[in-house]
Design a protein around this ligand. Structure first.
Ligand SMILES: [Fe+2]
Length: 200
């Protein structure tokens, strides 16, 4: 897959590749990637481009992601979402891989959950407890470590986010959780829509 044409995104690819080469601890690696994401989220060309992206998240169960890039050596990917105003996702995780979710425009609220049962990870029944709730605005990055359970709530207007994942959706299983019954469903994550990321 070709590298993104948009200069700030291309620079971000090279920064991430330079970090991977250092063989850092995973937590440190993703903390550094998060730090490097700041200038990209503030980039005028990225903001302009994001206004042309199609709606990808309309709420349960219609979740898609734009796919901009997959790194041939390290496997990380660049995705994006355009979330419909006031939409609410399922309670879910992003599988056992890292995700960084950076807001470009709009506002969202992230609810966080923790499992308080001892049942098998992929089977359940899961008993969940809400452990957090925080708001995101333009330029904020939500770090989602492997297995972290959460739910995204769209704000008053559509919101756009740039996403870095350690692996492409579909190459690992993600989980959705039913808060009432504790049922866990495994799935392949969002449907991917290849999309060129270039300046408009
Ligand atoms: Fe999520």
């Amino acid at each position: 897959m070709e590298k993104p044409q948009l200069p700030a995104a291309l620079k971000f690819v090279e920064q991430i590749r330079a970090l991977y080469i250092q063989n850092l601890d995973t937590d440190i690696l993703w903390d550094k990637i998060r730090f490097a994401m700041g200038p990209l989220l503030a980039d005028k060309e990225l903001k302009k481009s994001s206004k042309t992206w199609p709606l990808t998240v309309e709420g349960v169960p219609k979740v898609k992601n734009l796919l901009f890039y997959e790194d041939p050596d390290f496997g990380f990917v660049f995705n994006a979402t355009v979330r419909k105003a006031n939409s609410v996702t399922s309670v879910h995780d992003h599988g056992d891989v890292w995700t960084l979710y950076g807001l470009i425009e709009g506002h969202e609220t992230m609810y966080r959950y923790s499992r308080i049962d001892e049942a098998p990870k992929d089977v359940g029944p899961a008993k969940l407890k809400q452990v957090g709730c925080h708001s995101l605005g333009p330029g904020d990055v939500d770090s989602v470590p492997p297995g972290d359970i959460h739910q995204e709530h769209g704000g008053a207007e559509n919101s756009m986010a740039f996403i870095v994942r350690a692996q492409k959706a579909g190459t690992f299983k993600q989980r959705t959780y039913n808060l009432e019954t504790g049922e866990i469903k495994l799935n392949d994550g969002p449907i991917l829509i290849p999309h060129a990321l270039s300046a408009v």
